[in-house]
Design a protein around this ligand. Structure first.
Ligand SMILES: NC(=O)c1ccc[n+]([C@@H]2O[C@H](COP(=O)([O-])OP(=O)(O)OC[C@H]3O[C@@H](n4cnc5c(N)ncnc54)[C@H](OP(=O)(O)O)[C@@H]3O)[C@@H](O)[C@H]2O)c1
Length: 322
């Protein structure tokens, strides 16, 4: 899928392009599915260019079958069903993937649905577990509980023994409770700071996974428990906010902001290894499942982008080939 000129959903153009060749340390995956990520909308609009040296085409994850193996790759063979974290290029029939970013399709998961997992699993695990150290018995506040990230994070946090509160439009609350959210907050009608304090007996959230950035920064700090950790992964509400350091200091709180796509290959490989060791067993046991809103043919990616832009989806919107 090419983007000849940045713009609205119709800027996505399905065209014939040269097949990728596997470089050293890479494999070629024949793609069965990719998934729409929020970042793809920004890339399409020209606001989020691919990191240097990566595919110019959109698509941060895929699933499919290995069809060729480049030099210096061990442990993977042609014909193996896989899913993968990508820096780009997933909206395609074939993609070159650094071997360190491959994951097996978890037992019990359909190969197409497996495309819903790599980006959310790597983002959520690396931030909620590695960065924030969410522990059993703690409370996690998740903004955008109905997003791809949110629906995965609810399940992972519950599997780790945490209590989850989410913000989301009211229409999504029932689905999110079924996924394991103990507390659902309608951010349009309710003050999430008050709600989080109420449900934690005044303590606040031990960990907050934030996608709103500036718009929620002061309220996120207010919603933190003493020793709380705020991790910002999205800036849907703007990038420049005001931080009351006094309020953060009084709580001995920490704020971290991270991005996955721009990390060097070795860091991505390390995250993928961690996900395979710690998250894949939870997927294979059924404790964490891919949440797929719907499948859309990849050639109709513009329709999928309109849907994600409307925020009417819950979980992931997949793009399928063939
Ligand atoms: N830093 C990283 O490495 C990284 C990696 C992956 C994703 N992300 C970020 O994570 C976020 C989620 O990504 P995604 O692809 O899973 O997104 P998505 O499925 O498109 O979901 C976006 C969500 O934002 C929610 N939302 C909109 N306004 C809100 C508000 N004021 N308060 C709370 N929720 C609100 C929408 O839910 P409602 O309908 O309930 O409003 C929707 O569920 C994006 O910001 C993305 O850029 C970051």
């Amino acid at each position: 899928m090419t983007i000849p000129e940045p713009g609205g959903p119709d800027a996505l153009v399905w065209s014939e392009v040269p097949d990728p060749e596997p470089g050293p340390g890479e494999v070629i995956v024949d793609v069965r599915a990719s998934a729409v990520n929020r970042a793809d909308l920004l890339q399409r609009q020209g606001h989020y260019p691919p990191p240097p040296g990566t595919s110019a085409y959109p698509g941060l994850e895929c699933s499919g079958v290995i069809s060729a193996i480049g030099p210096d790759v061990a442990g993977w063979e042609v014909g193996r069903e896989v899913c993968a974290l990508l820096a780009g290029g997933g909206y395609a029939e074939r993609v070159a993937v650094p071997a360190g970013q491959l994951l097996p399709v978890p037992a019990g998961v359909d190969v197409v649905d497996a495309a819903a997992l790599p980006e959310v699993a790597c983002t959520v695990w690396s931030n909620v577990v590695r960065v924030a150290g969410l522990a059993k018995g703690e409370t996690l506040l998740l903004h955008g509980g109905g997003s791809g990230i949110g629906t995965f994070a609810i399940q992972l946090a519950v599997a780790l023994g945490a209590t989850v509160a989410v913000t989301a439009r009211a229409a999504k609350h029932e689905r999110l409770r079924k996924l394991g959210a103990a507390h659902t907050i309608d951010y349009r009608e309710q003050d999430f700071v008050q709600e989080v304090r109420r449900v934690t007996g005044g303590r606040g959230a031990d960990v907050i996974l934030d996608i709103m950035g500036a718009a929620y920064l002061p309220r996120n700090v207010a919603a933190l428990a003493t020793g709380g950790r705020l991790v910002v992964i999205g800036m849907q509400g703007g990038r420049k906010g005001e931080l009351d350091l006094g309020a953060l200091l009084a709580k001995r709180g920490t704020i971290t902001a991270t991005a996955l796509r721009s990390r060097p290959l070795d860091e991505k490989a390390e995250i993928v290894r961690g996900v395979r060791e710690e998250v894949w067993p939870l997927v294979e046991s059924g404790a964490v499942r891919p949440v797929v809103d719907r499948r859309v043919p990849m050639t109709e990616a513009a329709r999928a982008h309109r849907l994600v832009e409307s925020n009417d989806h819950v979980g992931k919107v997949l793009l399928t080939t063939g």
